[in-house]
Design a protein around this ligand. Structure first.
Ligand code: SF4
Ligand code: SF4
Length: 165
């Protein structure tokens, strides 16, 4: 990753265009902390949260847990007022666009700006804030399971095997 182009900060301010929450197929991969936060915010237990709002995605060597999306590809939490779980949204969402893939080089940052109108505009985010976003996403990780677990009905999933104790 070429840190030199972002260590002095980058401009980004969300215009609330909704593009990253709607419109195109995609994944919002989830970390253990995301599940715990959403369970609290929605007052749901583990199995109800998985059953209503999550899906396992076959990634080849493992299956990763993601939010569901609707048939029009909008996120299951997208509503007329925007993100219905904004304060508890997954870390993948809260750290966008400061992802390692997007910060890989000036070219990848510019490429993402074609997609997101907030990039290269508005508020200045310092290098330490960007580094913190990268580190927190890395530390959070994503929930990965084997195929047998991914195919297990939500009501039979082992909560402690996925969330830990
Ligand atoms: S694509 Fe960018 S500007 Fe649009 S909602 Fe997502 S983060 Fe905000
Ligand atoms: S959880 Fe919220 S911010 Fe994240 S994709 Fe869904 S609607 Fe958008």
């Amino acid at each position: 990753m070429d840190e030199s182009f972002w260590e002095n900060g980058l401009n980004f301010e969300c215009t609330r265009c909704s593009r990253c929450c709607t419109g195109e197929p995609g994944y919002v991969f989830l970390a253990v902390g995301d599940l715990r936060r959403l369970m609290t915010a929605l007052d749901l237990d583990f199995r109800a949260l998985i059953s209503r709002y999550c899906r396992f995605v076959d990634m080849g060597e493992h299956h990763a847990l993601s939010l569901r999306e609707r048939s029009d590809h909008s996120c299951v939490f997208w509503g007329s007022s925007g993100c219905s779980v904004y304060d508890a949204r997954p870390i993948q969402c809260s750290t966008y666009p400061f992802w390692s893939s997007i910060l890989a080089s000036p070219a990848t940052w510019t490429e993402e700006a074609e997609y997101c109108p907030g990039i290269k505009n508005g508020k200045r985010h310092g290098g330490s804030e960007i580094a913190e976003a990268l580190a927190s996403r890395r530390a959070a990780g994503t929930i990965r399971v084997d195929k047998a677990t991914a195919l297990t009905p939500p009501e039979l999933l082992d909560e402690t095997a996925i969330l830990g104790r």
